[in-house]
Design a protein around this ligand. Structure first.
Ligand SMILES: Cc1ncc(COP(=O)(O)O)c(C=O)c1O
Length: 375
């Protein structure tokens, strides 16, 4: 488990009871982005804001990344307001309003068209910006979410590409290349490098009727809840000598950049044993931090002693559950603790990506968590 920075522990201690909060440190995001730039010199890095749209994190991304990848008209507006100068737009079910938002941005967004219907919509919206065709090609990559190499709602079939290329050109769209986002949370640097290399080769072949300027290999650089991340040195080595022949090679990571920049903390409201299992019940839960329930894993945590009430329990294997009326509201299925009491705060590190953003906080109308930025 990633150690708890002193500044985060201080912020947790300063919370009023009952504590329930997201804590973000944009410096952790900036450090990851810097590492990525060192590993991928000369490449374009767009931040996929779906991973974490905390305003301070997004503002850092807008200024330090080459642009922001968005998945809705709302994200396009938010990214622009945060200062992004380059926008990209993907998403399987775009509305006319979304496409108009992309077309009227200044400059217009780079749009990743997922179907010929998207192409028609872009032409109807008067889109003058660049367009890339999103394609479901190649084998599935190791990771937690396979977007390609399997039937998914994303992109076009490989066989549909020649027709889509002709259609885009006939509509007068500025066809720049391909968007080949394949996976999420890939921890295998060699497999990821192979994806990049084959994406380039395939794109050159598929672009026989237009000038290929853009190959977007998507996101998917791994960063898991235990703090493991894809080995960027190994990725850099595996990509040594890659010749893009003037084509812009674009990466659009979300998780790798945002995961270490967020911590979720929740205070213990009750401790009890039921059928031999010790439980901590916290103010908050998976409606604030849905990832453990969505993936079905146990997220490790640190304990920061809080305003203790009642006796401390010692040497206990604790299951951590939230305040929801469902047995699936589990943040951790069992972690050994030397000492714990009601009032203590549990802090979940490496939670910044797809933590708050994918959560269903309206369920049961509990109060929202606080949102705190440090650094
Ligand atoms: C089109 C697209 N690009 C980039 C990403 C970011 O992926 P990750 O957070 O795994 O890097 C996603 C995530 O689903 C996506 O759908």
């Amino acid at each position: 488990m990633t150690p708890l920075p002193a500044a985060v522990a201080d912020a947790v201690r300063a919370l009023p009871s009952p504590a329930s909060a997201w804590i973000y440190d944009p410096r952790a995001f900036a450090t990851r982005l810097h590492r990525l730039r060192q590993a991928l010199p000369g490449r374009t890095i767009l931040y996929a804001m779906k991973a974490c749209a905390n305003p301070a994190v997004l503002e850092t991304a807008a200024h330090l990344a080459d642009g922001i990848e968005c998945a809705s008209g709302g994200e396009l507006r938010t990214a622009r307001a945060a200062g992004a100068t380059r926008l990209a737009f993907s998403g399987p079910a775009k509305t006319t309003a979304d496409l108009t938002e992309a077309a009227t941005a200044a400059p217009p967004a780079w749009v990743h068209a997922e179907s010929t219907r998207d192409l028609d919509g872009l032409a109807a919206a008067g889109h003058t910006g660049p367009v890339a065709l999103r394609v479901n090609r190649g084998p599935a990559l190791p990771g937690t979410h396979q977007m390609t190499g399997a039937p998914t709602p994303f992109g076009l079939d490989e066989q549909a590409v020649p027709t889509a290329v002709r259609h885009a050109l006939a509509l007068g769209l500025d066809l720049a290349g391909f968007h080949l986002h394949a996976v999420s949370n890939c921890l295998d640097a060699d497999a990821y490098a192979a994806h990049v290399r084959t994406a380039l080769t395939w794109s050159r072949h598929a672009a026989d009727h237009f000038d290929l300027r853009y190959v977007n290999v998507g996101g998917g650089l791994g960063a898991d809840p235990r703090g493991h991340a894809i080995d960027l040195d190994a990725l850099a080595t595996a990509l040594t000598g890659l010749d893009t022949a003037g084509t812009e090679l674009v990466f659009e990571p979300g998780r790798y950049l945002a995961a270490p920049a967020g911590w979720y903390t929740a205070e213990i409201l009750d401790l009890k044993t039921v059928r031999g299992q010790a439980f901590a019940l916290v103010r908050g839960g998976t409606h604030h931090f849905r990832l453990p329930a969505a993936w079905g894993y146990s997220h490790p945590f640190h304990l920061v002693p809080g305003p203790r009430t009642g006796p401390a329990w010692t040497d206990v294997d604790l299951r951590v559950c939230g305040e929801l009326c469902t047995p699936r509201d589990i943040l951790n299925t069992g972690q050994r603790l030397d000492r714990v009491a009601v009032g203590d705060r549990l802090v979940f590190p490496d939670a910044g990506a797809y933590g708050w953003e994918i959560s269903h906080d309206r369920f049961l109308d509990h109060p929202a968590p606080r949102s705190i930025v440090i650094g």
